[in-house]
Design a protein around this ligand. Structure first.
Ligand code: GTP
Length: 307
């Protein structure tokens, strides 16, 4: 029988660009068991984390300053870039060697075009916090243009975002990345919208289990008008929730138990959080504290087989 191919997410960028910091923030519940080694080149590939059930995130350094890396790129390109679902390239916006970064980026894109032409490509212009507020946008736009031009010469499209580990931008960028990887995501959206209506919940949220990144957010608001800063507020809340959920999961894990379900009832809201599928958790929130939650459990059980 045909061997199931492991799907890859490559997290690349020059040494020092911020990949390891990102990984430890997004994948706080990083499990040592998930670490495996690929061939003899252990120094280069730092770590592997699983997400969405079958995707493995691999970290690679590529700065073009290391001759060992250069030869690695030359001789094992196929091994690195074949079967790649996503490439995330991290660029330090305050890099001391911007030319070397761009060369690394060019090399990666050329290799992706050759071996995984359909991969989705995200570029994170990182450490934005090091710039003055007043110069952020202008510098980002220049970088963005430059990065897009390089992509276009390889006939590739890239999605470019600005990030920093010091604010919610990192979380938002990664949520977007993970959301794009969900198979049949439109169907998710519709089913969860139905669930919101049937259950009377004000909010239905879906999280990727390994990262607790939010992958779907539905608001079932009776008077439903949005305010200007809605998106920012939502992103901030999702970041906070992800943080707490990850910690809770870690605590369970340390106590040698698995997180299954959590119910919270306060004087102002009710919430339920459950493992939903192999790779998702679901959360329902109501601002009516008296809403009966047994009803929610049933509603969740009813739609689970559809996913
Ligand atoms: P290697 O481990 O050498 O491959 O580098 P890396 O790409 O994994 O970078 P790493 O995560 O080790 O980060 C390098 C340095 O950048 C560390 O000192 C981090 O604290 C810092 N750093 C990472 N992200 C940010 C950010 O968003 N803002 C700022 N100011 N510093 C950051």
């Amino acid at each position: 029988s045909k061997k199931v191919e492991r799907k890859k997410v490559l997290l690349m960028g020059k040494s020092g660009a911020g990949k390891t910091s990102m990984r430890s923030i997004i994948f706080a519940s990083y499990v040592a068991d998930d670490v495996y080694r690929l061939g003899m080149t252990m120094d280069i590939e730092h770590a592997h984390v699983r997400m969405l059930g079958n995707l493995v995130v691999n970290l690679w350094d590529c700065g073009g300053q290391d001759s060992f890396m250069d030869s690695y790129f030359m001789f094992q390109k196929e091994q690195i870039f074949k079967g790649c679902e996503v490439l995330i390239y991290v660029i330090d916006v305050k890099s001391e060697r911007p030319e070397a970064d761009l060369q690394g980026y060019r090399d990666c894109l050329a290799a992706i075009a050759d071996y995984s032409a359909n991969a989705k490509i995200f570029v994170l212009v990182h450490k934005m916090d090091l710039l003055l507020e007043s110069e952020k946008n202008a510098i980002f736009e220049v970088k963005k243009k430059e990065l897009e031009e390089i992509a276009h010469t390889n006939r590739l499209n890239v999605d470019i975002a600005k990030t920093s580990i010091w604010d919610k931008t990192l979380y938002s960028a990664w949520s977007k990345i993970v959301t794009q990887l969900i198979p049949k995501k439109e169907k998710f959206q519709t089913e969860l919208q139905n669930l919101a209506e049937q259950s009377g919940a004000n909010e239905v949220l879906l999280f990727e289990k390994a990262t607790m990144l939010n992958i779907c957010y539905i608001k079932n608001d009776a008077n439903g008008h949005k305010t200007e800063d809605d998106e920012d507020l939502i992103a901030e809340r999702m970041e906070g929730l992800s943080h707490y959920l990850k910690n809770f999961k870690l605590i369970c894990w340390r106590k040698a138990t698995n997180f299954e379900s959590l119910e919270i009832r306060t004087s102002t809201f009710s919430a339920i959080m459950q493992i939903f599928t192999d790779y998702t958790c679901i959360m329902l929130v109501s601002f009516n504290p008296d809403i009966p939650m047994w009803n929610w459990r049933k509603a969740i059980d009813r739609i689970r087989p559809k996913f």
